[in-house]
Structure formats: C-alpha cells, structure tokens
Design a protein around this ligand. Structure first.
Ligand code: HSE
Length: 314
C-alpha cells in the first residue's frame, strides 16, 4: 500500500451472518480473517480504479462503481459533500470471495471506517452501517446488514428492522466460541439467495420468530442450552444445504463432538458450530475438518471467541 500522510487504514473482521434462526437479521464477528482498506486524500491522481493487493485481489473488479469497498466509501464521501474522485482507495483483499464469511462486507466496512476517520469522524460507527450496506448491494444484489453490522460494531448484532434501520448490539456469554470451517468452494450469495422461496408459510414464520426470540433470550441469559435449541433455521437452511457438500455429515460430527448448535455461515459454503470454551472448540474443529476432507474438500478452520472490537484503525 502507498505511504501517504493524509490517509487512514482500517481492518474489518470476518463475520458469521444468519446464525440459524437469525436469517438476514443476526450475525457475529470473529477473529482470524478480514480485509484492510486504506483511503488517501489524493486529488491529483487518477483514482478511477481501486488499487488492490492481497491473495484474492485478482478476482474482484477494480472499477470504482463495481468494487464493494469503493462503492461503500463513495456513498459516504457524497454524503459529506466530498468528491469521491479526490480519494484513492486501496484494498488488501485477504478474504476469499463467496466464502460465507462476509468477505464483501469486510471490504465495505473497512472502507467506510477508514473514509470516515479520514474526514474527521462525522459519523458514529453505527451510522456507517447504511453506507457499508451499499457495498453489499453491489456485491450480491441485496443490501443486507447481517455481515456489515457485526463487522463494523463487533460482537453479536441484531437487525431489528431494515426500514427504518434499527440495529441492536446483543450481549453474549464470554466463553461462547465459534468454529467456522470454510471448504474451498465458491458459492455466490446471489446464487444462494436464488434458491430461497419468495414466500413462507405461516407455520414457518412462527417457528422462525420463536427460535430467533429464543436465541436472543439465550444470549441474554447466557443459557447455552436455550441458544443451542434456538439455532434452527426453517427459512434458508433447508434450501441451501443442497449447495454444500457434506453438510449433514458436518452437522452430525459437530453435534456429536459437543457443539450446542451448528448451521450455514451466511449464505455458505462455510459452516459454523457454537460451543462453550476454546478446548471444546478445538475438538469440534478437528472432527468437522475431517468431514470435509472425506468429501475431498480442502478447508480452512477458524476457532474464535466473539470478536467484540469490530472494525478498527490499523
Ligand atoms: N443474510 C445473507 C444471506 C448473508 O443469507 O443471504 C449473506 O452472507
């Protein structure tokens, strides 16, 4: 990345969206993966392309109107009556695309955080979420907030409402651990949204509402059993598991190893399991890594407590 004095760099973490019954309305941030974005005031250069480095830089468009990081930052510049073309955006793309770990969200979150800081922080971190959501819109066609919300704020986040946007930070037990396994296949969020039904039955709506409410109550009460039995998704998981090889075997292995719950991370193909404490998390990780190996899939495994910090300057 360039070394300019009038610049700010931010790191935004990976996230697990949906968390089972929280489809499109819940997510949490994890440690171990994320993207960096540097924003520099540079009015005398051609800033029409995002400058990219990192392992996955070649796979995303550099055009300012198509790149998640620049789209999100440009909405913020315009809201501050600044010319987007005066700012150079540099994205260090460390996260794989179509991973289900909030890759596009991390780019957008880091971009708006860095841009906001460069402009003297006119917005609170909470107020940055709508700008980052515009990055999600360009990435997958839906401006969902269940990745950008926790990536920016950290911790466990509820999107109580999209219109008007109402975001609530949830408490969580200190020893709540996540195991996230990313099998090396790409699954675009836009594709895994296409398999979802347009309408849901009254029965499923009631079931999902009960489980989402149970998950929140469980987090609040630090009740692992309640959290576990509430992470059950009847709206998306039944339609998406067909896209994830070995999902049923993964779920069985995770629960047998002591996980309280497991499910698809975001729109997949990554999967997550939750448990109490790091020691158990390591045992679960070993079990579920083997499941994907048996499917002939290489996977990365992340073991993480909740990342309470969210996006930060680096
Ligand atoms: N809530 C979104 C979905 C998350 O499941 O489509 C995408 O990461």
């Amino acid at each position: 990345m360039s070394d300019f004095s009038l610049s700010k760099t931010a790191f935004a973490p990976a996230t697990v969206a949906n968390v089972g019954s929280g489809f499109d309305i819940m997510g949490f941030a994890i440690n171990g993966s994320g993207d960096n974005v540097r924003v520099t005031f540079s009015p005398d250069t051609d800033n029409s392309l995002v400058k990219m480095t990192g392992a996955y830089a070649q796979l995303i468009p550099a055009e300012r109107a198509k790149n998640t990081s620049s789209v999100a930052a440009d909405f913020l510049f315009i809201a501050c009556s600044k010319k987007p073309s005066d700012y150079l955006i540099e994205l260090e793309k460390n996260m794989p695309l179509g991973s289900g770990m909030g890759s596009s969200a991390a780019s957008a979150a880091a971009a708006v955080f860095a841009a906001n800081s460069l402009l003297g922080s006119p917005f609170s971190t909470l107020q940055l979420i709508p700008f980052a959501m515009e990055g999600e819109r360009v990435a997958c066609g839906a401006a969902h907030a269940d990745n950008v919300g926790p990536s920016l704020l950290g911790g466990f986040v509820l999107i109580r409402s999209y219109s008007p946007l109402d975001i609530v930070a949830l408490p969580f037990p200190a020893d709540l651990y996540a195991v996230v396994v990313h099998p090396h296949i790409e699954l675009k969020t836009s594709d895994s949204r296409k398999v979802l039904p347009r309408e849901v039955s009254m029965h499923n709506a009631i079931t999902q509402a009960g489980n989402a409410a149970g998950l929140i109550a469980g987090l609040w009460q630090k009740d692992y059993e309640l959290i576990g039995r509430s992470i059950s998704d009847v709206l998306a998981e039944p339609y998406r598991t067909q896209l994830i090889p070995g999902f049923d075997a993964f779920k069985k292995a995770a629960l047998e190893a002591g996980a309280i719950a497991c499910g698809i991370s975001g729109s997949g193909p990554s999967v997550f399991a939750l448990c109490k404490g790091e020691i158990l998390a390591k045992e679960i990780a070993a079990n579920i890594h083997t499941v994907f190996m048996n499917q002939g899939l290489i996977s990365d495994v992340f073991i993480s407590g909740m990342n309470a910090e969210g996006t930060r300057l680096v």
